[in-house]
Design a binder for this molecule. Structure first.
Ligand SMILES: *[C@@H]1O[C@H](CO)[C@@H](O)[C@H](O)[C@H]1NC(C)=O
Ligand SMILES: *[C@@H]1O[C@H](CO)[C@@H](O)[C@H](O)[C@H]1NC(C)=O
Ligand SMILES: *[C@@H]1O[C@H](CO)[C@@H](O)[C@H](O)[C@H]1NC(C)=O
Ligand SMILES: *[C@@H]1O[C@H](CO)[C@@H](O)[C@H](O)[C@H]1NC(C)=O
Ligand SMILES: *[C@@H]1O[C@H](CO)[C@@H](O)[C@H](O)[C@H]1NC(C)=O
Ligand SMILES: *[C@@H]1O[C@H](CO)[C@@H](O)[C@H](O)[C@H]1NC(C)=O
Length: 375
């Protein structure tokens, strides 16, 4: 327990130079004014990373850091891979939840010093965690932080389980203002109530987003010896690549609204000071999830069969149009030719008639004409 509970935020705040720097907040609303509003989820959604891979054009999830995030049929999900020193691929949701539920079906990465994590975190540095060490095949760590307070007493707790690196498991966090529950495969492992978190002061209660990532705590080039030890020892990158896989994520925001704002926040950091913008409307993110914008996204979402159906249909319509056009042209040209021929025939007829007329006049067939001619 002692060595396993070194808090992530402590690493972020002080030790880790680059890899997890982004989990450090860009704007801490407790000591900064004008921190930007956060997009709310304001509803529920399932993300099938086993089917579609991951990043929906960056509109819902954002990749962070060096390292590969990919998708593979073999891995049955999105893969987060560490290949070399400095890799720590991570994605974070652009949406936030003010109390909510987060379920992830994932498989932790193997490897000495490799840490997989599935966390909720707020810009005020509230945090609720699942963490997995690559070489610990018997335990998972649950942890939480309130307002970035990293003083470690009994926040981190480990639970025995089958090797999290071998199979996919369902890790669920259910978070309300009254309690936080950690569930593993349908079994509740832990419940935290505000009274047990420094009388609520250390209780996570500001809008949090989802962050999934893997990093090398055992990377001696980037980490202090204490971190390397906590992570399970020095990482040998030649033994890599080290891959975490994520199949599906389900998220449900327990608050409805478009955005969350810090404008009424004070030093209490209380959820009651979080302002919900447009509490009756649907958030832009939820609209995007339910009805992805743009033809490109819709097209990408179609099955191969549907795509070829549409292509064949379009080609057929094009074919018909071309045929019609050709048909009309020919008809038009034929009609033109006929008209031209008729015109020509008419002219010839007229010319012939004139000729005949002249002949007749010259032949004195008409008295008057001949008379005149004679004059
Ligand atoms: C895994 O973690 C548990 C809890 O901290 C610890 O008792 C156990 O020794 C660890 N196992 C390994 C292989 O590190
Ligand atoms: C605000 O607090 C955070 C975390 O406690 C700290 O890292 C940061 O330097 C502070 N910023 C200001 C402007 O005081
Ligand atoms: C998710 O939201 C939809 C409406 O968008 C609702 O019909 C459904 O019941 C919700 N599911 C859960 C599990 O909350
Ligand atoms: C993805 O995961 C879901 C939930 O576990 C499952 O129902 C579905 O069949 C999976 N899809 C693929 C393509 O593996
Ligand atoms: C941090 O939490 C510890 C107990 O976990 C508490 O003793 C301490 O006062 C807290 N610090 C702050 C600044 O709230
Ligand atoms: C994961 O476990 C939770 C809690 O037991 C359960 O409610 C949920 O339906 C499970 N989710 C999936 C995707 O299996």
């Amino acid at each position: 327990m002692k060595s396993f509970t070194l808090p992530m935020v402590a690493l972020l705040a002080s030790v880790l130079p680059t890899s997890w720097a982004q989990t450090h907040t860009a704007c801490n609303p407790l000591n900064t004014t004008g921190c930007p509003n956060m997009e709310a989820l304001g509803g529920n959604a399932t993300f099938y990373w086993n089917k579609t891979g991951i990043l929906t054009g960056g509109k819902i999830w954002e990749k962070q850091n060096q390292g590969t995030i990919d998708w593979s049929e073999d891995a049955k999900g999105a893969t987060f891979t560490i290949e070399r020193s400095g890799d720590s691929p991570m994605v974070q949701s652009k949406f936030y939840m003010l109390f909510g539920r987060f379920e992830v079906i994932m498989k932790a990465a193997k490897g000495k010093g490799i840490v997989s994590s599935a966390i909720l975190q707020s810009e005020a540095l509230d945090e609720v965690d699942w963490e997995f060490l690559g070489t610990n095949t018997t335990h998972v760590l649950t942890n939480y932080f309130g307002k970035g307070n990293t003083t470690s007493f009994d926040r981190g707790k480990e639970y025995g389980m089958a090797p999290p690196q071998d199979e996919f498991h369902n890790y669920t966090i259910d978070w309300t203002k009254d309690r936080i529950q950690w569930w593993l495969d349908g079994k509740m492992l832990r419940e935290l109530v505000p009274a047990d978190a420094l009388n609520g002061k250390n209780y996570p209660q500001t809008p949090m987003n989802i962050r999934m990532g893997v990093w090398a705590g055992g990377d001696v080039a980037n980490n202090d010896p204490g971190v390397v030890e906590w992570a399970g020892g020095e990482t040998d990158f030649k033994e890599g690549p080290f891959t975490m896989a994520v199949q599906t994520i389900y998220a449900k925001d327990y608050t409805q609204g478009a955005e969350y704002s810090w404008e009424d926040m004070d030093s209490s950091g209380s959820w009651e000071k979080v302002k919900v913008i447009n509490p009756t409307s649907k958030s832009e993110i939820l609209k995007e999830i339910q009805d992805p914008s743009g033809i490109r996204n819709n097209w990408k979402a179609l099955s191969a069969g549907a795509k070829s159906g549409i292509i064949i249909g379009a080609l057929a319509v094009l074919g018909i149009l071309v045929c019609l056009l050709i048909f009309c042209c020919i008809k038009q040209r034929r009609a033109g030719k006929r008209e031209h021929a008729a015109l020509l025939a008419g002219e010839q007829k007229e010319a012939a008639e004139l000729q005949e007329y002249k002949k007749q006049m010259q032949g004195g067939k008409f008295g008057f004409g001949s008379h005149t001619n004679r004059v």
